[in-house]
Design a protein around this ligand. Structure first.
Ligand code: GDP
Length: 291
């Protein structure tokens, strides 16, 4: 995977390129950096306690060593969740859910492209039928990724029927993965959750649902999470996709979001281009985060 320089790294850079010996200021700066980067107060305190204990026990005096300990602590906590995508079913049906604007459409395009690199045959279902523009935008992405799409015959067609047709075609034509886009209208939360429930029921008449991926915008941090709560409560979410990590100084959200929701991060988006989505690797991420 290509190395990327996250803006979050800047948060720690001041600390780890400063004086070589650990001082009281180092601890203060580290606390500020963790809070600024949206690790959240609980995770910040727990990481600081662990580092203080380790630094004391091993009589560490060098900032360089403290940096390694921070990286290890972050990696260990990230790795407590399994980021593996469930793709063994034929077809593997993946529902993609989330509030409008978080990057759901873009993510589906990038995800289809990502799976193609593993030689998977992909079909996408445009089950956000309410907005004609959503279908058009998704089609632009599927064209770009070179994958097939099932579109509604008319605007406002029952989303569940589009989902049904997508899975039906996936089975009949031996696609390996069916990715289904869904609506993200927050205003009609109850209706939206009923719609998602119906999509799930009709899909399950033909094939099990392998994943329900909730897309979250990392730049909105804890606020975005509050908005997405209904999905976590009602939509049977199996994993998270974090988008816009390239533009975010809030990389610490990666850690707090897993611990708050109990859900694993399975994919991360790091740009607007088609190749800017990768699987989630705790080791690589901790390295990129801390530097
Ligand atoms: P949707 O309403 O959830 O379907 O959101 P879109 O897919 O239309 O994305 C909303 C905006 O976010 C668009 O301008 C995308 O280019 C942008 N976007 C999506 N993912 C990323 C990402 O990982 N990084 C950046 N920088 N922008 C992103």
């Amino acid at each position: 995977m290509a190395e990327r320089s996250w803006s979050i790294s800047n948060v720690f850079r001041g600390i780890f390129t400063g004086p070589e010996q650990i001082t009281d200021d180092t601890w203060d700066d580290l606390e500020t950096a963790l809070i600024t980067a949206d690790f959240g107060p609980d995770v910040t305190e727990s990481i600081l306690n662990r580092l203080r204990e380790e630094v004391g026990r091993h009589r560490v005096t060098e900032v360089k060593e403290m940096k390694r300990m921070l990286r290890d602590a972050i990696e260990e906590r990230l790795a407590a969740y399994d980021p593996t995508l469930q793709l063994t079913e034929r077809p593997a049906v993946i529902l993609v859910v989330g509030v409008n604007g978080v990057g759901k459409t873009t993510t589906i395009g990038k995800f289809a492209n990502y799976l193609k690199t593993f030689d998977k045959r992909i079909i996408v279902g445009a089950a956000d039928t309410f907005r004609a523009a959503a279908v058009e935008q998704l089609t632009t992405w599927t064209d770009r990724a070179g994958v097939d799409i099932v579109r509604p015959q008319q605007q406002g067609q029952d989303p569940a029927s589009v989902a049904f047709q997508t899975v039906q075609r996936a089975i009949a034509e031996s696609y390996e993965v069916a990715i289904i886009d869904t609506a993200g209208r927050l205003q009609t939360k109850g209706g939206l959750m009923d719609e998602l429930g119906k999509i799930r029921r009709v899909v399950e008449k033909q094939a099990p649902v392998s994943e329900v991926l909730l897309v979250l915008d990392a730049t909105t941090g804890q606020n975005g999470l509050a908005q997405a709560e209904a999905f976590i409560e009602h939509a049977g979410v199996t994993g998270l996709v974090l988008t816009k990590l390239d533009g975010s100084a809030k990389g610490g959200f990666v850690l707090s979001v897993q611990e708050k929701t109990g859900l694993p991060i399975k994919l991360i988006g790091q740009g607007e281009g088609i190749a800017d989505l990768t699987g989630f690797t705790p080791h690589v991420f901790a390295q990129q985060l801390v530097g």
